[in-house]
Design a protein around this ligand. Structure first.
Ligand SMILES: Nc1ncnc2c1ncn2[C@@H]1O[C@H](COP(=O)(O)OP(=O)(O)OP(=O)(O)O)[C@@H](O)[C@H]1O
Ligand SMILES: [Mg+2]
Length: 498
């Protein structure tokens, strides 16, 4: 049975035609991947299917019945559930309360038995194999845990059509395995999943069918078994993309950053020793929760170190605020760029030059020129550099934030998941730009959950585990295994029975 049938959908925004006559079918028991470059129209199509926005033309049918006016409430009642990359739980409510709120009629809250609700929440989470306490506040859960609660909500609400927009973007390998098991179960039970991802390697593991969008048009729809990675890339980009990691050797200079015994009690970072030199790209690897982002937050003065010492180019540095970090020559591209990186209402130009502006040196013409230059270097798809950042697709917004920090030319650049959400074609452009910056003498600290990116781009790899650096590997000696070996906590040896 066809769970979703989208026929001849078109959608325009001022200046951009996001979708042109696109058709898409989701069958029962199918995981259908939707892929394409940044700005191809993927999010637009699924927003139409979930009722978040209306199509200009075309029809949506659910289980064979055409839906007139699509609204979020109507689509939800027809079994469509959206699992966004950024979960939308109420932070100060418990897991049980969040699930109850999503599933029940609001007027019922307060009347029904909470013990029963708690039990039900627990059953839903158990079904997903998620070890989450139903009494915990949602804000205290990790991202992947929050995602599991979102899925529990959807299953509790008897969803049959799951829409996932880049669900694995910030998950570790183990968490991805877990999510895939859950998706596998949904499929077995006859649900359908629309799955968007820029991580092409995952698709052969999870997808039954792939559909490719390019510039708002359907390019192809094929069973996953019949296409390989190279072909996928070609369908998406319209050309061959060869080197994904164009790392080149560049001369290594003075030590830019030196950490000695650095810690922060609140964020669980302890005894970190690390050096990053000019021209060097140091990869910071580790499992989600190992403290990589927390260490970056210390270096940028967001949660200043409570112990140890930080030296920049040989001089002791007090980094007690982001302002102090910026004036010391540190740039930081955070992971959660949609919230911390971008001012949605400002133009692409303003967003690009936001950090440089503090210096007060630029006139408007010069700003536009910088924004234009970076947009062309990174292939940022935008109607012009004068439109609001909110009108760009997710991946193109990422590129704008990246441009901003590259434009300030800091001495030390910290990148948290620099290519998250960025399509394969543009990934190599981001990597090439990183190498160019390193050649100009920038020191780069790169956090990434993608091991191929870490192994491909780093001169040295520092592996974090439980809040500290478990070991540093040279490019030549590092392998997937040696990195993972350091990333996993060492369990106490079980004593042999005499
Ligand atoms: N609110 C909006 N106003 C104007 N243009 C928009 C708006 N939302 C999206 N667009 C444009 O529609 C096109 C498709 O965007 P969409 O978000 O669907 O891309 P995507 O395939 O999801 O890309 P990504 O991989 O970067 O997330 C883009 O050119 C984008 O700039
Ligand atoms: Mg998108």
């Amino acid at each position: 049975m066809q769970l979703v049938q989208a026929s001849a959908i078109s959608k325009s925004y001022a200046g951009t035609q996001a979708l042109k006559n696109v058709s898409f079918t989701l069958e029962q028991g199918q995981v259908h991947a939707l892929i394409g470059e940044n700005g191809a129209g993927k999010s637009t199509l699924i927003k139409i299917i979930t009722g978040a926005i209306a199509a200009d033309q075309g029809t949506i049918s659910i289980c064979g019945n055409a839906v007139g006016q699509t609204t979020p409430a109507l689509m939800k009642s027809l079994g469509v559930a959206a699992i966004y990359q950024q979960p939308s739980l109420f932070g100060d409510l418990t897991v049980t309360e969040n699930i109850a709120l999503a599933v029940e009629d609001r007027s019922m809250l307060g009347r029904v038995d909470w013990a029963k609700r708690r039990q039900w929440a627990k059953e839903l989470l158990d079904r997903l194999g998620a070890r989450i306490d139903p009494d915990q506040e949602a804000s205290s859960l990790s991202m992947p845990q929050q995602q599991m609660v979102e899925i529990a909500k959807a299953i509790g609400g008897e969803a049959r059509i799951f829409v996932m927009d880049e669900p694995t973007a910030s998950l570790s390998d183990t968490e991805v395995d877990h999510l895939f098991r859950v998706i596998g179960e949904l499929r077995t039970k006859g649900a359908g999943v629309i799955y968007i991802s820029h991580r092409l390697d995952e698709l052969s593991r999870i997808a039954d069918q792939i559909s490719v969008l390019r510039d708002g048009e359907s390019i192809a729809s094929r069973p996953m078994k019949e296409v390989d990675r190279a072909e996928l890339v070609k369908l998406m980009v319209g050309r061959d993309v060869s080197a994904i990691f164009p790392k080149q050797k560049v001369p290594i200079g003075e030590t830019v950053l030196r950490l000695r015994d650095v810690g922060n009690v609140g964020s669980g970072i302890r005894r970190v020793d690390l050096e990053v030199r000019a021209g060097e790209i140091v990869g910071l690897a580790g499992l989600v929760g190992s403290g990589r982002t927390e260490l970056a937050n210390i270096l940028f003065g967001l949660t200043p170190a409570t112990s140890g010492s930080i030296a920049l180019r040989g001089k002791a540095a007090l980094i007690d605020s982001p302002q102090a970090a910026i004036s010391a020559g540190i740039g930081y591209v955070p992971e959660d760029r949609r919230h911390h990186g971008l001012v949605q209402s400002m133009s692409v130009t303003e967003n690009t030059t936001l950090a440089t502006l503090g210096a007060g040196l630029l006139d408007f013409g010069a700003e536009r020129q910088i924004a234009t230059e970076f947009a062309s270097k990174l292939g940022t798809k935008t109607a012009s550099v004068d439109v609001a950042a909110a009108t760009l697709s997710g991946g193109n917004q990422q590129k704008v934030v990246l441009s901003r920090w590259l434009a300030t030319k800091p001495k030390l650049l910290i990148l948290d998941e620099p290519t998250q959400g960025i399509d394969v074609g543009s990934k190599s452009e981001v990597h090439a730009l990183m190498v160019q910056m390193a050649r100009d003498g920038m020191a780069i600290l790169m956090i990434s959950s993608e091991l191929p990116e870490i192994l491909g781009m780093s001169d040295r790899i520092a592996v974090m585990c439980q809040g500290t650096i478990a070991g540093v590997l040279d490019r030549a000696e590092a392998t997937q295994e040696s990195v993972m070996h350091l990333a996993f906590p060492v369990l106490p040896k079980t004593r042999g029975v005499a």
